[in-house]
Design a protein around this ligand. Structure first.
Ligand SMILES: [Fe+2]
Length: 127
């Protein structure tokens, strides 16, 4: 089921055109920042932020909030962080990660009203 606002509760929501994002994309897509080159076995920081593209922030109220964010190395889960609304700033995270192989980091975020969202992957080369 796809709503008139262009999101689906049944499927993964991913922006189709990054040059022309819908407001729902700007609000929900998790953004990743990490070094593109890291050393095998050494921790590095991954910064995650949900939404906020062009200043379009996601609400953080009891009736509408981001419930969790997951980080993956390719298809391999790294972590899942759950948030309570209002009291947690679930939209800015720093996670320490250790990789031994090059991969594409991916993040997914779940909104209690608008379902599951994924942004661009970030390639990390491990040397
Ligand atoms: Fe939402």
């Amino acid at each position: 089921m796809t709503s008139s606002e262009g999101y689906s509760l049944d499927k993964l929501n991913k922006p189709v055109n990054w040059d022309n994002l819908a407001v729902m994309d700007k609000k929900h897509v998790p953004l990743l920042k990490a070094s593109s080159n890291v050393k095998s076995g050494e921790p590095f920081e991954v910064h995650l932020k949900v939404g906020g593209i062009d200043g379009v922030e996601h609400p953080n109220v009891l009736s509408h909030y981001i419930g969790w964010v997951e980080l993956y190395a390719g298809e391999r889960p790294i972590c899942r962080i759950e948030f309570a609304p209002v009291v947690s700033d679930g939209y800015n995270m720093k996670i320490s990660v250790i990789l031994e192989e090059s991969t594409i980091l991916r993040a997914r975020a779940f909104c209690n009203l608008h379902g599951l969202w994924e942004g661009k992957g970030e390639r990390v080369t491990v040397a």
